[in-house]
Design a protein around this ligand. Structure first.
Ligand SMILES: Cc1ncc(COP(=O)(O)O)c(C=O)c1O
Length: 452
């Protein structure tokens, strides 16, 4: 074996796993809203020799020699991000945070002192772990009050080192209640106010949130991890130039390979750069930055705008079709790429339904929902998204089939709703009807092939 031996010859075990995963992606409908399928160009850049180079530091201020081309790459990525997200002239960009959670932590380290208070959205209502999540072990989430002061299990570093308080969505509308957010902010006086989440299907009023932050003397961070691509395309409204800091992942609707981008005023971005290095990371993943750069270039093309509109149209169409089968859609619809289904009127809840769907070739994830009374490990809802299917070229017609298949799966597995999870899965795994749906799904996927 030499350095030039191909993977299939040098490591059959890993080669086999990759090939199985390729087949899985090809044959199933990937509907986890945080996932997407990247272009060959993005994947080539990520797999390139750029991964060999250490580049600690920022553009033209590196701690290692030999970074002429890495500087050029990082600068190009920064310029593309500024242009795509229409940054004000005095804003800067960091593209080095290794992932969305790291980007958020870098912002906290840059703007807060240990022990300061941050305020984000309650995780069961759709907020993200990295926005200060903690909980009471074994306790069902408390749903009585509109503010959550956290629990004793500080499961995320954000809650370990900062005081955290979380606002909930309105129990009647399942939407942000801005007056209530303002009341809570006035009461707890956070130093950082955060919006964004993993399962909030609606647009956020960034100006109102900024006004609340200003009123209590807080910074305002908008985490647009999920909707970054929709914002770049102008399909969703943008917090850029409104929020003090905008963080995002690059691998969801933005379709640019894995990583993160942070946008903020030049003054704040300098602090964030220092929080990233030396604060919490060593060398950036230059190859991932190259993937981001290529993805941002693709997102500037007209075809990406068309794509982003179709992502949302597909999600909205899916909602409408699901409602025909009496699936309850949280908040009554979506403005984005994601759909949250409240299954409390069905015989099978999120965890079992997600597993049954996977056997049927539809890959989604179980999720909590507003007013959740169950644990995040076995919650009431199912979360789905359309970014990947839309990349495959699927449109409204395909959403009709997907909703119908989902209903068939629900009808079949409802009979087993009372079984424990293991027995439930055994029934699903051997169900002829589920196998039949999986073969129909595979046939549809075959008409929209992925190019590896
Ligand atoms: C709103 C939000 N912020 C941050 C993250 C974290 O991103 P990563 O998984 O890259 O750490 C996610 C991931 O899903 C997210 O949805």
């Amino acid at each position: 074996m030499t350095h030039t031996t191909s993977l299939s010859q040098s490591d059959a075990q890993v080669a086999r796993i990759i090939s199985l995963e390729e087949q899985r992606q090809q044959d199933k409908l990937s509907m986890i809203p945080s996932e997407n399928f990247f272009s060959k160009a993005v994947r080539e850049a990520v797999g390139s020799v750029l991964m060999h180079k250490y580049a600690e530091g920022n553009v033209k201020k590196r701690y290692y020699e030999g970074n002429q081309y890495i500087d050029e790459l990082e600068l190009l990525t920064i310029e593309r991000a500024k242009k795509l997200f229409r940054c004000p002239p005095d804003w800067g960009v960091n593209v080095q945070a290794l992932a969305g959670s790291n980007a958020n932590l870098a912002v906290y380290l840059a703007l807060l002192e240990i022990g300061d208070t941050m305020m984000g959205m309650y995780l069961p209502d759709g907020g993200h772990l990295s926005h200060g999540w903690s909980h009471e072990p074994k306790g069902a989430p408390d749903s009585s009050d509109l503010v959550y002061e956290g629990g004793s299990a500080k499961v995320n570093i954000s809650s370990k080192i900062f005081k955290t308080v979380q606002y909930k969505t309105s129990p009647s509308t399942q939407l942000f209640d801005y007056d209530e957010v303002e009341r809570i902010a006035m009461q707890y006086k956070p130093k950082l106010l955060i919006t964004g989440g993993t399962a909030y299907p609606r647009e956020i009023d960034y100006r109102r949130m900024k006004a609340i932050a200003r009123k209590v003397g807080a910074y305002y961070m908008a985490d647009i991890a999920h909707e970054a691509g929709l914002i770049a395309a102008g399909v969703n409204s943008s917090p850029v130039g409104i929020a003090d800091v905008v963080t995002m992942t690059t691998h969801k609707t933005l379709r640019s390979g894995r990583g993160a981008i942070i946008l903020a005023s030049d003054e704040i971005i300098k602090k964030i750069n220092r929080a990233v290095l030396p604060g919490m990371q060593g060398g950036p993943f230059n190859n991932n930055i190259a993937g981001i750069c290529v993805g941002l270039g693709e997102a500037m093309e007209y075809s990406f705008t068309t794509y982003a509109w179709q992502v949302v149209r597909n999600a909205q169409y899916l909602c409408r079709e699901l409602e025909k089968f009496d699936f309850k859609i949280v908040s009554g619809g979506t403005d984005k790429h994601l759909v949250l289904i409240d299954l409390t009127n069905k015989a099978v809840l999120g965890k079992k339904f997600a597993r049954a769907l996977d056997y049927a070739g539809i890959v989604a994830n179980y999720n909590t929902m507003p007013q959740e009374t169950r644990s995040p490990a076995d919650p009431s809802a199912l979360r789905m998204g359309t970014p990947w299917l839309t990349t495959r070229g699927m449109k409204e017609g395909e959403m009709v089939h997907i909703a119908a298949w989902m209903n068939r799966v629900m009808v079949v597995c409802s009979a087993w709703g009372e079984l424990d999870f293991k027995e439930f899965e055994e029934r699903v795994a051997t169900s002829f009807e589920i196998m039949q749906i999986a073969s129909e799904v595979k046939e549809l996927c075959g008409r929209f092939p992925l190019e590896f």
